[in-house]
Ligand binder design. Sequence first.
Ligand SMILES: [Zn+2]
Length: 410
Amino acid sequence: MKIQSITGSLSAIALAGSCLLLTGQTKKSWTDAEVLKIHKDSYLVDLHNDVPMVTVNGKDFSLRGAGQHTDAVRMKEGAMGGQFFAAFVPSSYVANNGSAHQTLRLIDSIKEDIWKKNAQFAWAASTSDILANKKAGKMSALIGIEGGHAIEDDVRLLRRFYELGARYMTLTWTNTNNWCDSSGDINNPKVKHWGGLNDLGKSIVLEMNRLGMLVDVSHISDGAFWSVIETSKAPIIASHSSCRALCDAGRNLTDDMIQALAKKGGLMGINFSCDFLSQKAKDANPMNRPEVVKERERIMAEVKDQQEALKQFRALMAKYRGQTPRATLEDVVAHIDHVVKLVGVDHVAIGSDFDGIGCTPDGLDDTSKFPNLTRALLEKGYTPQMIAKIYHGNLIRVFSAVEKTAASMK
Ligand SMILES: [Zn+2]
């Protein structure tokens, strides 16, 4: 989830950088049936989706939902393999110690409104669950917590969330918490920072290692990233972050960070937000217009309900649609290709951030469009084996290493 991208980015066309190209495959053209077969076999598990933010407030996930990117119908059309659904807790819950309560409500919604009401899903809390679901032709439903403030600074809550099925946690959202710095406010002198992770933060990372919960560095500051690299005993993930070399967004990963993440055996899921993918889209971000800044501040101050705030942000951004460049499917491939060229195919995945972003790439408008990505990768020269790694194989490897580390710490 990223409010500034709801607020950010929009429309049109930004041609991807010239930096793609993978050698090897030169297969001609692919029929739709061939693409779909490879797509289904590759069992795409997306690492991040914020739709629980609306199901928790009563949105019917079974129906094709206007205004959303994700529902049971479009996930099926997109022939997805599985999804980490985000239990995303806005920072506004911190003030009244409401974060844990909201996290529990979101976990309940993922289980009751998404998984149990839709027969296409099967629960997954381990690598063996994911592989069994793949074999059974079921979509894996998984939980990732977004925003370390969810645990209200208490590892006891972390352990209970793990027991309820949470298998990753982003250490922060856009807010620095009491133990980890966020990229979202790292330049704000009014916020107290820790120089990365403080001692409590380090103990939380180690407890996540001991439990077998993936440590997620999306949203955290650069300093905190390096603290996590030093602290974690297991490989780490960035569930929904793209490449800063291609688009200079503060919460994209630099090449040095990608190399360190890979060296540790980790994985990053490419985020689909236009202003994380395309410099052109980012530079034209309407968020920088004074009238938009003013209206955004009004919404943040006056609208307490997150769903309503999101709706108003989207309506605000819709006014600028068509005036600012939108990222494209080719941009997504460019980010994947950048990681592959830098560190190989074993360290990249998909972390769309659907339903947490305001602008999606042209050609990847919602969850039903994922086969377009498979076609684009094939046409770029990626083999079905490489695509299977990107879509689920790399996750299985990393998650399995995290499970093994946990077993060794028991
Ligand atoms: Zn996010």
